[in-house]
Design a protein around this ligand. Structure first.
Ligand code: HEC
Length: 478
């Protein structure tokens, strides 16, 4: 089970939405006088949903094996081709069910022989999806694909998690990443002022260039492709699609005062791009596992990467040499961030800890401080400047956003609406507002200057609108 990723527990969504899409479809017409062909929708999919998809779906499926589109289901993960249509004896799939390949699937249980035979028959009949879309809607093929309206892909009923948040440098807009869409919220009122087509599946990261002229949006389809869209914020037209990653892109960072963009992907690489030309400046293969976080030092001289291999690396952006490897975490890393003057680095992980490091090349064996949460840390952020108002915040799947002073020495407050996993956090450039995105599709705003009261909860509706609720004093600032 060494590939099992606790992070799965917090990133399981796009696939579920896709399943909702395939389920509403009519079963295939049946040929008379022959045993009815096995119906994927009615007989196979419910089984997968119940027994497999808790691990084999979402943005970081076990063993890199997503079972949620036909393409991915056939293709397999780390162990090669899973299903060869028409040939149930080939591929790894049935072998994992029978135990011929170990560990037997599902781990800790087993399917009975009748069920395995039903799956074999379905494979021998061609492993067909009896759905007109055959899985993932709207594959890209290099073109920029407009996001399918939620009503079309069947996801209309479920709000998508808010997996990414970023304030524009002027503080007027908050970009919120959802399922195939980025909403721009008015930072004051929480109203949606614009919707942008996101990449395929769940948006995993959003980032504004420091001049505010570009917005980058990252995502991709597990096991298939990574995608980054770069928008011109004057016209709101997509300028570039950066599509060289072959797995989901989880992380974005703009090199300060440039249009150079760093990306981190489940394909185990970080890349640096000239976002205006779309050219790759550098491919970094510094980790043996997925790169979930990237961050530039404020002077742009260093790039930090955070990987599921449990380490963070500091890389010189001129020579591309590794300056430091930080290895204190006990499990995979999810995020990395520099503070405003580049003297501190925060690393966050699935080991439920945030570690703060003094940035001192050659002397970074141990972190300065370690903070804990009750679950995977999904996001962390420092405020823009130092001083009394400076802040450090991190969000966790335990539903809490924890706020500290800027060097994380003093705990300020635990912020919660307590209802669902926190996926993303952002601090407004003036450090007056803390925003958090949750699994149940909300953006929560706390007033950081005041007593850290919850001032606004915005539900991002699947149709594209938003329901803004002003917090009452009762629920504020617990
Ligand atoms: C609790 C999590 C979990 C569940 C549930 C689960 N799997 Fe897995 N699966 C894994 C892990 C972890 C691996 C990687 C095993 C290894 O090689 O170390 C894996 C690997 C596989 C592979 C090999 C993929 C590849 O190429 O790497 C197949 C096929 C597979 N599982 C099928 C299934 C099926 C079918 C089900 C449901 C009947 C299922 N799994 C349920 C965790 C799970």
């Amino acid at each position: 089970m060494k590939h099992f990723r606790p992070l799965l527990a917090v990133l399981p969504l796009p696939a579920l939405l896709l399943l909702a899409a395939t389920r509403s479809v009519q079963p295939a017409a049946q040929t008379p006088k022959q045993p009815a062909p096995v119906s994927y929708t009615r007989q196979i999919l419910p089984l997968f949903e119940k027994q497999c998809n808790v691990c084999h779906s979402g943005s970081a499926p076990a063993s890199g094996y997503a079972m949620t589109t036909r393409e991915a289901l056939l293709k397999g993960g780390r162990h090669g081709v899973a299903i060869v249509p028409g040939k149930s004896n080939e591929g790894t799939f049935v072998k994992y069910l029978t135990g011929e390949l170990k560990p037997k699937m599902p781990p800790g249980g087993a399917l009975d022989l009748d069920t395995i035979n039903l799956i074999r028959r379905w494979i021998n009949e061609g492993a067909k999806f009896d759905s007109p879309t055959g899985g993932r809607p709207g594959a890209g093929g290099g073109k920029i694909v407009p996001a399918a309206p939620a009503a079309v892909n069947g996801a209309a009923q479920q709000p998508a998690p808010v997996t990414a948040l970023a304030y524009s440098p002027d503080g007027k807009r908050l970009a919120a990443g959802g399922y195939r869409v980025v909403r721009l919220l008015d930072a004051q009122t929480g109203q949606v002022v614009r919707k942008l087509s996101g990449p395929v599946d769940q948006v995993q990261a959003v980032a504004w260039s420091s001049d505010g002229k570009r917005l980058a949006v990252a995502g991709g389809a597990a096991g298939l492709e990574g995608e980054v869209l770069v928008y011109d914020t004057l016209t709101w037209l997509p300028l570039r699609k950066l599509a060289e990653h072959y797995e989901v892109v989880y992380a974005l960072a703009w090199k300060p005062n440039t249009h150079e963009l760093a990306t981190g992907s489940f394909d185990k690489t970080a890349r640096v791009w000239d976002a205006d030309t779309g050219k790759v400046v550098k491919v970094l293969k510094t980790t043996p596992d997925a790169v979930m976080g990237v961050a530039y030092s404020p002077d742009g001289k260093m790039l930090a990467t955070a990987s599921l291999d449990r380490s963070a690396k500091l890389i010189d952006t001129t020579t591309w040499k590794r300056l430091a490897a930080l290895t204190a975490h006990q499990d995979g890393l999810t995020r990395v961030a520099f503070n405003h003057d580049g003297t501190l680095l925060a690393t966050a992980g699935t080991d439920k800890t945030v570690r703060l490091w003094k940035v001192e090349i050659g002397k970074m064996e141990n972190p300065l401080r370690t903070h804990n949460a009750g679950d995977t840390i999904t996001a962390c952020a420092f405020s823009n400047g130092g001083g009394d108002n400076s802040l450090f915040v991190y969000g966790s799947a335990d539903t809490v956003v924890r706020a500290f002073n800027g060097d994380a020495t003093q705990h300020r407050r635990d912020l919660r609406d307590g209802k669902d996993w926190v996926y993303s956090v952002a601090l407004s450039p003036d450090s007056r507002t803390i925003a958090a995105g949750t699994h149940d599709g909300k953006v929560l705003f706390w007033n950081a200057a005041d007593e850290m009261k919850l001032v606004r909860a915005v539900s991002l509706l699947p149709g594209g609108g938003a329901k803004v609720e002003i917090a009452t004093s009762k629920e504020a600032g617990k």
